[in-house]
Design a protein around this ligand. Structure first.
Ligand code: NAP
Length: 343
């Protein structure tokens, strides 16, 4: 019998790609979406037959609405919990706790009331482990919880603790920790590399951003494969970093310039200027209601290093992340063919 898998956050950047991959592998996929979700990145719901033999059904709800989750979980064997509020800044920061922490609590409670579920894959984040100034982090790193650059980071760290506590109580939950996800797919705030490349190639971001701290860049399709491998091989309660090449945003812009044979930025925008721009953007956002691309928390994040080692996922899950150059070589023509950039 085919496994029935439910994906929360199915309308998002990662969740959409995950649904496509699960369908291609023949799973019966329940895409958990909101009534308000933009479903353009998902295939239409299928009948019994579809590409690769999988089926897709939309189930409507909200992770903050326990009853909707409980009903959606009925008959499911696997839950991929990828839904989250992914923003560096929003006017009401309490929403991060409501969605990212409360949502996971609801998932765990709904699991306890559904007797068919064999495994939960929880999409955590490198932010849940904290910054890695002066070293390369791995799965043993515990967030110091003394300082958070963003409320989003705080909510992911709190949710991570809850996921690990649940695992210790016997819940079959496998937390996975992607790095900065990039690559083709829906251009949401989650696809920050795409958003920054769009700014760069449309002449709205003239320089490098601040210092040259390291981030770990994970191609979206590698992260998707890492999630599916965690379903097959992940040990409950074990953390798996689904990170990639450790590099800087300067490297991203330089590699992009080389691939597209365009000019590299000639100067660096100091972090204090990015912060000032962030404060102005936040002010503007409060008036217009449109969320800013850069905000003061973004400048906080850029002040730190977020570099990780994913050897454990390579060994146990067969995770095989591509290089940043390989990923960008695929991503840039996609951005061009989508009409988002010209070169
Ligand atoms: N992007 C990254 O660089 C990155 C890195 C590490 C970890 N992650 C994690 O990866 C996961 C997916 O992120 P993403 O980049 O795909 O973000 P995204 O594109 O913003 O997608 C977020 C998804 O969560 C859904 N969602 C938000 N609030 C919800 C609610 N109250 N109820 C139900 N669904 C809700 C959104 O639905 P709507 O479409 O209706 O808004 C959307 O489908 C998140 O857990 C994130 O923390 C992301």
């Amino acid at each position: 019998m085919k496994k029935v898998v439910l994906v929360t956050g199915a309308s998002g950047y990662l969740g959409g790609r995950l649904c496509h991959a699960l369908l291609n592998q023949g799973y019966c996929v329940k895409a958990f979406v909101r009534k308000t979700s933009d479903l353009s990145s998902l295939p239409p719901p299928t009948g019994a037959a579809s590409t690769g033999g999988g089926t897709l059904q939309y189930v409507y709800g909200d992770v903050t609405d326990y009853q909707s989750l409980l009903e959606a979980f009925s008959g499911c064997h696997v839950i991929f919990h990828a839904a989250a509020l992914v923003e560096p800044w929003i006017p009401d920061p309490s929403r991060f706790t409501t969605v990212n922490v409360g949502g996971l609590r609801n998932v765990l409670n709904a699991y306890k009331e559904t007797n068919t579920i064999e495994k939960i894959i929880h999409t955590s984040s490198f932010f849940a482990l904290g910054s890695t100034d002066g070293h390369i982090g791995d799965e043993t790193q515990v967030h110091s919880a003394k300082y958070f650059c963003t409320e989003y980071e705080k909510s992911k760290a709190v949710a991570d603790k809850i996921a690990l506590e649940a695992a210790a109580e016997g819940v079959p939950i496998v937390p996975v920790y992607p790095g900065v996800i990039y690559g083709p797919g829906k251009v949401t705030t989650g696809n920050m590399v795409a958003l920054l490349l769009v700014e760069r190639f449309n002449y709205r971001l003239p320089g490098y951003m601040g210092e040259e701290k390291g981030f770990s860049f994970s191609h979206v399709d590698d992260v998707v494969q890492g999630h599916i491998a965690a379903l097959d091989k992940g040990r409950p309660g074990e953390r798996y970093l689904l990170t990639g090449e450790n590099a800087s945003f300067k490297d991203v812009f330089d590699i992009a310039a080389t691939i597209t044979q365009t000019a590299k930025p000639r100067f660096r925008i100091p972090l204090f200027l990015i912060e000032v721009y962030g404060w102005l953007s936040v002010l503007f956002a409060r008036i217009t209601g449109k969320l800013p691309l850069l905000s003061p928390p973004t400048a906080n994040v850029l002040r730190h290093q977020w570099a990780y080692n994913c050897d454990k996922a390579k060994t146990e899950l067969g995770y095989n992340p591509r290089s940043l150059k390989e990923g960008l070589t695929e991503m840039l023509p996609w951005l061009k063919s989508s009409g988002l950039i010209k070169y």
